[in-house]
Design a protein around this ligand. Structure first.
Ligand code: HEC
Ligand code: HEC
Length: 379
């Protein structure tokens, strides 16, 4: 009897203790300090909070400063991923960034020369989005200086975006509200620039570095004789692709030099004859007309149709173009008419060489990029 009374007393005491701890924890949480602020070294936007994003080890990628890299957080990236896939941010609720930039096509559109935008179609081919952390400017004509600026333009031009409507919508989504707080600090107001910066962070994690070609460079696989021969054509004067589609003379694995060039797609007597002036329309420099950003050839087997206007459906058509039908124009790159290119016009590759080159281009497909769950649709 005495014993059980004692037990009851003891239980009461432990309930009291538990209640005390509960209140104490609540009180502590209320005056919990803000999450740690990470200061970026080279970053104007460095007052982010959250968990710092850890960059993967990248073999033979350019070293040096990547803008905004220091202030990237896992929370910012996760938020950017949601915004990239969210159709509610378009005026008709039907189009997200991911509608024209589909992961299964390395973030290019699926087989369309031009893509359906709100109020019409795009006037250029939707670009693949790969390794853009290393790109100094964006679009075929390089008109946008940052991924955030690109996101802003894409929202407005392609998706009929209204910032107040988008912010009002995001405020109704508890996950977005939480991620905004975690990515950009308290009080976590959802802002227009926050939307663009989060997407920038997400796109900076779209890194491809595990294609068969990467594994070859890391000496983890070997090429078939045909792939090897294709690489030799690509990276020598025989095909001369490497001057534009590998940076720093082949020393880096971006598969582009990020410059603007005219690869001889169209004949023109005068710079004003180009149907699409490309870089020239931005700089108005006569030397820039008909030039376009050298695209990366990573995952190229999946990003067709090809060129700024999607004129070629297959990679063999592209190879045939370089081999046999490049055209004269005032700004055509000197590489296209070099004496090494079989007396100055076209490569005139044998059909077995074309097949080898094609087989090499296939080795640039990176299935770990396409299957990366961190890049996939979170909804
Ligand atoms: C309706 C289709 C469409 C939608 C929607 C769209 N894009 Fe694009 N995107 C394009 C096209 C077309 C281009 C090439 C534009 C040009 O060169 O003029 C492009 C280019 C880009 C580039 C430049 C890539 C490079 O290599 O320079 C980035 C980055 C990009 N888009 C991101 C986005 C983001 C972020 C969104 C959502 C906010 C978005 N896009 C929505 C069609 C689209
Ligand atoms: C003088 C620079 C230059 C050389 C040399 C060159 N390219 Fe290109 N390449 C470009 C440019 C610029 C574009 C984009 C043109 C456009 O869209 O108008 C391009 C586009 C491509 C595309 C389509 C990419 C896409 O996303 O649509 C492929 C594939 C390609 N090149 C493969 C090759 C191969 C293979 C070789 C060698 C036989 C080669 N290139 C040589 C500059 C070059």
């Amino acid at each position: 009897m005495k014993d059980s009374r004692f037990k009851v007393l003891q239980m009461k005491r432990s309930y009291l203790l538990m209640a005390f701890f509960f209140v104490a924890i609540l009180a502590l949480q209320n005056c919990k300090p803000e999450p740690k602020i990470i200061k970026g070294n080279n970053d104007p936007d460095s007052l982010y909070v959250g968990t710092k994003y850890v960059w993967p080890a990248l073999y033979q990628f350019p070293q040096g400063t990547i803008p905004y890299a220091d202030s990237m957080t896992n929370e910012g990236v996760a938020l950017g991923r949601r915004l990239f896939y969210d159709k509610h941010l378009s005026s008709n609720g039907l189009i997200a960034c991911a509608s024209c930039h589909q992961l299964s096509h390395a973030f290019a559109d699926s087989g369309k020369a031009f893509s359906a935008a709100v109020g019409g179609s795009t006037f250029r081919n939707s670009m693949a989005l790969i390794n853009l952390a290393w790109s100094p400017y964006f679009d075929f004509d390089g008109r946008q200086p940052s991924l955030a600026a690109q996101a802003q333009e894409a929202f407005h031009d392609n998706m009929g975006f209204s910032a107040p409507a988008a912010i009002a919508y995001l405020q109704t989504d508890s996950i977005d509200v939480k991620l905004f707080k975690r990515a950009f600090g308290r009080p976590g107001t959802i802002t227009e620039t926050g939307i663009y910066k989060a997407i920038q962070q997400f796109l900076m994690t779209a890194i491809s570095h595990n294609s068969k070609f990467d594994l070859l460079r890391r000496q983890l696989v070997s090429f078939t004789p045909s792939e090897q021969n294709g690489l030799t054509i690509f990276a020598s004067e025989t095909g001369d692709c490497f001057h534009c589609h590998m940076s720093e003379g082949g020393a880096s694995l971006l598969l582009t030099d990020n410059l603007f060039r005219n690869n001889g797609l169209d004949s023109a007597l005068d710079i004003h004859d180009f149907k699409d002036a490309g870089r020239g329309a931005i700089t108005l420099n006569p030397n820039d007309y008909g030039k376009f950003k050298d695209p990366t050839l990573r995952n190229i087997a999946l990003t067709g149709p090809y060129m700024h206007d999607g004129r070629y459906t297959t990679l063999m058509q592209v190879i045939n173009f370089y081999s046999d039908s490049t055209k004269d124009s005032p700004t055509e790159d000197a590489l296209m008419t070099l004496a090494t290119h079989n007396y100055g016009r076209g490569l005139h590759l044998a059909s077995s060489q074309k097949t080898d080159l094609l087989n090499f281009l296939y080795t640039l497909t990176d299935t770990s990029f396409l299957d990366n769950p961190a890049l996939s649709n979170p909804f």
